[in-house]
Design a protein around this ligand. Structure first.
Ligand code: NAP
Length: 246
């Protein structure tokens, strides 16, 4: 049984979808959570606090802004005392064929999906290494490994997340901090709700399990990677994709 009592986790992109489910699962295992999203979600945080009987505080922070991340993370460390787990989950899509993709669609996706991992990790790495313990879990995607047309920006950002995960794992390993990435396939959230039914059915056909994933399928792996039991796992990219990348 995964036990995260007395641990504190920062979860980015925690207001909905996969990040909200990660928050719920980590809290259900006893972790205190600093929830980050573009807006503060005070009511959500209070209702989760009441449900799981742990400390949950929500913060508005653009994870692609170095200044905001530095001040928010400093505030979180002061409020919670320490941070044991960082889940770099916030992400966006701006799909489109390359010839029609605007520069800002490329830049926004790289900034929010990849730059954020660099700056959020930097904001806790010294703290974690100083304590000789820490778990960093980055949200990659199957699209960072094998992808499709119309996602040059997203695929590049997620391939980048895989690269930074491996490099950071080697830098932090000797200091007791593990760094792993989860690579979800097609998970039912707001992000995938934008796709039309035909596209969804085509995806389903290609998935060996013939079904879409649920946020909990991803969150349960994150909880394991965040636990003491995962102490000897680092630098790994683990798929949650119904067999799509087999
Ligand atoms: P989602 O439902 O669209 O939620 C995105 C989350 O990211 C929201 O909490 C949003 O906050 C937050 N966010 C966006 N921009 C932000 C910023 N600049 N600063 C702080 N927070 C920001 O997405 P999801 O489907 O749960 O995806 C979560 C992660 O999994 C992403 O990294 C995504 O690429 C990855 N992923 C998803 C799938 C899938 O099939 N769904 C597959 C593979 C990988 P607000 O609510 O404030 O906007």
């Amino acid at each position: 049984m995964i036990n995260l009592k007395e641990k504190t986790a920062i979860v980015t992109g925690a207001s909905r979808g996969i990040g909200l489910e990660i928050t719920r699962v980590l809290a259900s295992r006893g972790a205190n959570i600093a929830m980050i999203a573009t807006k503060e979600n005070k009511e959500l945080a209070s209702s989760l606090e009441a449900e799981f009987n742990v400390k949950i505080v929500s913060y508005a922070c653009d994870v692609s802004s170095s200044e905001m991340v530095e001040s928010t993370f400093k505030n979180i460390i002061e409020t919670f005392g320490a941070v044991d787990i960082l889940v770099n989950n916030a992400g966006i899509t701006r799909d489109g064929l390359l010839m029609r993709m605007k520069d800002e669609d490329f830049d926004d996706v790289l900034r929010i999906n990849l730059r954020s991992v660099f700056i959020c990790t930097k904001a806790v790495a010294r703290h974690m290494m100083g304590r000789r313990q820490g778990r960093i879990i980055n949200m990659a995607s199957i699209n960072g490994i094998r992808t499709q047309a119309g996602q040059a920006n997203y695929a590049a950002s997620k391939a980048g997340v895989i690269g930074i995960t491996k490099s950071n794992s080697m830098e932090f390993a000797a200091r007791g901090v593990t760094v792993n990435a989860v690579a979800p396939g097609f998970i039912q959230t707001d992000m995938t709700a934008k796709l039309n039914e035909d596209t969804i059915n085509k995806f389903k056909e290609n998935i060996p399990m013939k079904d879409l994933g649920k946020p909990a399928d991803v969150a349960n792996l994150v909880a394991f990677l965040a636990s003491d039991e995962a102490r000897y796992i680092t630098g790994q990219i683990i798929g949650v994709d119904g067999g799509l990348n087999a």
